[in-house]
Design a binder for this molecule. Structure first.
Ligand SMILES: [Zn+2]
Length: 347
């Protein structure tokens, strides 16, 4: 009868089908998941901040443990749009969330950097997801504190060291002036999910960037995608990230895909993306030192076509040319950042 036992320290109600009544369970106990009795009706609006005691939690909706979706906003502290998109979703998520189909965890990324409105404090948190850095006892950079807290929350508390079957969605924005796109980790289920958004998606980018959440969780067998919603600080970016989340929850089955929010979000993503190529791959990455003397030429934006030898930027007084034909991606128009630009081509 008992199929699975897991630590559940939240109050929930279990429909006992045989006795046809709801049994309230107390908080902070090991509860038993009777799969054969279809244990349903977890109270989704329960706020778990105190039970996990981790400041990175925005809101948790725990239900079926077989399909866990982890959403993070603000891995970069100057990208608050992800947090605002989560807030948008939370306004009505309880109306649609089906706890029998999965669990959803909304988290915030680099808290000190978010408080300062800076991309990071000392080192880009999205370049630190490397086992040697995660496991070192004494942090070298301040940004390793949120790194360790997030890592322990996601791997130990949420995934319970069973990452297969978990999904990771990382919400970002960029400094260029237009576009939206998705980047999958280098595994088939991530590529399929990236394709499903209907926006441009770029392969071979995740393996090119060392120490990202995308690469780290993808390598652990998770479905892992980054969604880049638009320009930092714009309402458009918040809207696009909100659309992406509605789609993603329906795609993963934790909400009904026939609700208005999903239909409208899918239409919006398709309509915005009509002007862009759909399936692309990385062919060049112009990498910089963290403290660089790099100035992108004005007028570049995501997916602007570029020609081989076209002058794109100035670096240490030298002109940087495009190494090939293609489309430019994420041209850098901010001081902090270690990626000057990317060149992608249609696949
Ligand atoms: Zn970012």
């Amino acid at each position: 009868m008992v199929i699975e036992i897991y630590k559940c320290d939240m109050v929930f109600y279990c429909n006992d089908i045989q006795r046809n009544k709801k049994i309230p369970k107390p908080a902070s106990v090991f509860s038993i998941y009777f799969a054969n009795l279809r244990c349903i009706n977890f109270i989704p609006e329960m706020d778990r901040e105190n039970t996990y005691d981790n400041p990175h939690i925005i809101k948790l909706f725990e239900g079926n443990p077989g399909n866990k979706i982890i959403v993070v906003g603000g891995i970069h502290g100057n990208e608050e749009a992800g947090i605002h998109a989560i807030e948008n979703i939370l306004k009505s998520f309880t109306n649609y969330f089906d706890p029998g189909k999965g669990s959803v965890y909304f988290l915030k990324g680099n808290i000190p950097a978010l408080e300062n409105g800076e991309r990071f404090i000392e080192k880009d948190l999205n370049r630190l997801w490397i086992p040697d850095i995660i496991n070192r006892k004494k942090p070298v950079y301040q940004d390793e504190i949120p790194l360790k807290k997030l890592h322990s929350l996601i791997i130990n508390d949420i995934c319970k060291n069973k990452t297969q079957g978990c999904t990771f969605i990382d919400l970002h924005t960029f400094s260029a002036s237009s576009g939206l796109f998705c980047i999958p980790a280098d595994n088939p289920q991530s590529i399929e999910m990236a394709r499903s958004f209907g926006v441009p998606f770029i392969e071979k980018l995740s393996t090119n960037l060392q120490g990202t959440t995308l690469e780290y969780f993808g390598a652990k067998g998770m479905t892992s995608v980054v969604f880049e919603g638009g320009t930092h600080g714009t309402r458009e970016a918040v809207n696009n990230l909100t659309y992406a989340l509605w789609h993603a929850f329906a795609y993963k089955g934790v909400i009904d895909e026939n609700i208005d929010a999903v239909t409208k979000s899918r239409e919006a993503l398709r309509s915005i993306s009509r002007q862009y190529p759909h399936h692309l791959e990385l062919i060049y990455h112009h990498q910089l030192e963290t403290y660089h003397n790099f100035r992108m030429k004005e007028g570049y934006y995501n997916f602007k076509p570029v020609k081989k030898h076209e002058p794109l930027a100035l670096q240490e007084g030298k002109v940087i040319d495009s190494p090939s034909d293609g489309y430019i991606l994420m041209p850098l128009y901010q001081e902090k950042g270690s990626d000057g630009f990317f060149i992608v081509t249609e696949k």
